[in-house]
Design a protein around this ligand. Structure first.
Ligand SMILES: O=C(O)C1=C[C@@H](OP(=O)(O)O)[C@@H](O)[C@H](O)C1
Ligand SMILES: C=C(OP(=O)(O)O)C(=O)O
Length: 413
């Protein structure tokens, strides 16, 4: 029965790099994710003047509580929203002039609520072309701190960026949050700040972050739960069994909650201290599910929905329209090409499986790793599925196609 070693979490690697760079001392990160997003994050730190030592299983970072060593830098954030939102925020704590640009895809994605909050805190930040989008320049002179109001209804990454900045400010931060999406990602942030010596207090909708900086440590990165969703889904649709070690009851990532959706649909799920196992039972029921907390797994569910015995309705996922692509439309377009009946609304998608089942088609990737990885799961049961841009998986899992081919050999009878 396949045990699948899933690469490290993108979200945890990005936060760990920020925290290690900001900490006093040398931090060792164990099992970091090596992918375009996290390599881009690490390269950005190097450009800002941080010293990183990298071997395949461990990265060492020389922390600088006073901020970037470089007085001037140009950083290209590639496609990574964590890079594009966290690094300008880190740079604001230093002294110098830092310019950030990103890929065409990332340039389209917003960050105005974050940059507005940084400006409210006194940071000199200019968008060069379109207000609230990359490219932008931060002319940094340290951050005093104080109270700030933030709308994180588009992205929790705005809140994570400010939380991570808090201990680097002179007075600390009080962040009043008016709306919040993807809330479990904030829990990851708080747990990791704790591991680097900072306890954030909560007073209703206010997050209180103390000043005083971070402590360097050795930090082990858990496997990526969003990546694991493709392997769990594969078990559910093929009647196979998949165990992912390292994602157990103590896991930090909300996306592990995707297995609860599979359980509701009929799969057998066992989560223990050391990992999670999913077994397909041959039954896959329709389901209505709110995915506001775990929306990176929306495409995974959409791609297996055609095999369900009834309609699958996914709700409260408006912000999937401002990810690597408009994921609701990308899923709908590709499902229709497979011959599946689909409807979408501003924040929902409903997939109505037909009697004939899906047929093969060339999937439009939209440069989105999750579209490719999700429809690869559909391809386990539908012959003739191919992709126009299979390589875009490099954003979070460059070895995905090889790992999935191994899984196919093991579980598809
Ligand atoms: O903080 C993070 O690491 C992430 C938060 C989520 O984004 P939003 O908060 O924008 O939904 C998630 O979709 C993304 O893949 C990673
Ligand atoms: C939305 C995603 O990435 P990010 O926002 O970090 O670019 C993702 O990985 O699905």
């Amino acid at each position: 029965m396949p045990r699948v070693d899933i690469p490290g979490s993108k979200s945890i690697t990005a936060r760990a790099l920020f925290l290690a760079a900001a900490a006093d001392g040398v931090t060792t990160l164990l099992r970091p994710l090596r992918s375009d997003d996290t390599e881009g994050f690490a390269e950005g730190l190097t450009r800002l003047g941080y010293r990183l030592g990298r071997t395949p299983g461990a990265w060492q970072v020389d922390g600088r509580p006073q901020g970037p060593a470089a007085a001037q830098a140009e950083v290209h954030c590639r496609d990574g929203a964590t890079t594009a939102r966290f690094l300008p925020t880190l740079a604001a704590a230093g002294r110098g002039t830092y310019r950030f640009d990103a890929s065409a895809q990332m340039r389209r994605r917003p960050l105005l609520p974050l940059t507005r909050a940084l400006r409210d805190l006194g940071v000199d930040l200019r968008h060069e072309e379109v207000e609230g989008h990359h490219p932008l320049t931060v002319t940094a002179a340290g951050v005093e701190g104080g109270e700030v109001v933030l709308d994180a209804g588009q992205s929790s990454q705005y809140l994570t960026a400010l939380l991570l900045l808090g201990p680097l400010t002179r007075k600390g931060l009080r962040i009043r949050v008016t709306d919040l999406v993807s809330a479990p990602y904030v829990e990851i942030t708080l747990a990791m700040m704790r591991a680097f010596g900072v306890e954030v207090a909560r007073e209703g909708d206010v997050f209180v972050v103390p000043p005083g900086g971070y402590r360097a440590t050795t930090y082990a990165i858990e496997p990526d739960a969003s990546t694991a969703s493709y392997f769990f889904a594969a078990a559910a649709v093929t009647g196979g069994e998949v165990t992912v070690p390292g994602l157990g009851t103590g896991a930090l990532q909300g996306d592990l909650g995707f297995v609860e959706v599979l359980r509701r649909m009929g799969a057998e799920v066992a989560t223990g201290p050391d990992g999670t196992r999913v077994r397909g039972t041959g039954e896959l029921r329709g389901v209505t599910v709110n995915m506001r907390d775990i929306s990176d797994t929306m495409p995974t569910l959409a791609a297996i929905a055609p095999f369900a015995s009834g309609p699958v309705r996914i709700e409260d996922v408006a912000n999937t329209r401002i990810k690597e692509c408009d994921r609701l439309e990308a899923c709908a377009h590709n499902l229709r090409r497979l011959g599946v009946d689909v409807a979408t609304g501003p924040d929902w998608i409903e997939i109505r499986p037909g009697a004939d089942g899906p047929k093969g088609a060339r999937i439009t990737s939209y440069g989105d790793h999750r579209i490719v990885m999700s429809f690869a799961v559909t391809g386990l049961r539908v012959p003739g599925i191919s992709f126009d841009d299979p390589g875009c998986v490099r954003k979070t899992f460059p070895g995905f196609h090889e790992a999935f081919a191994d899984l196919r050999r093991d579980i598809v009878r």
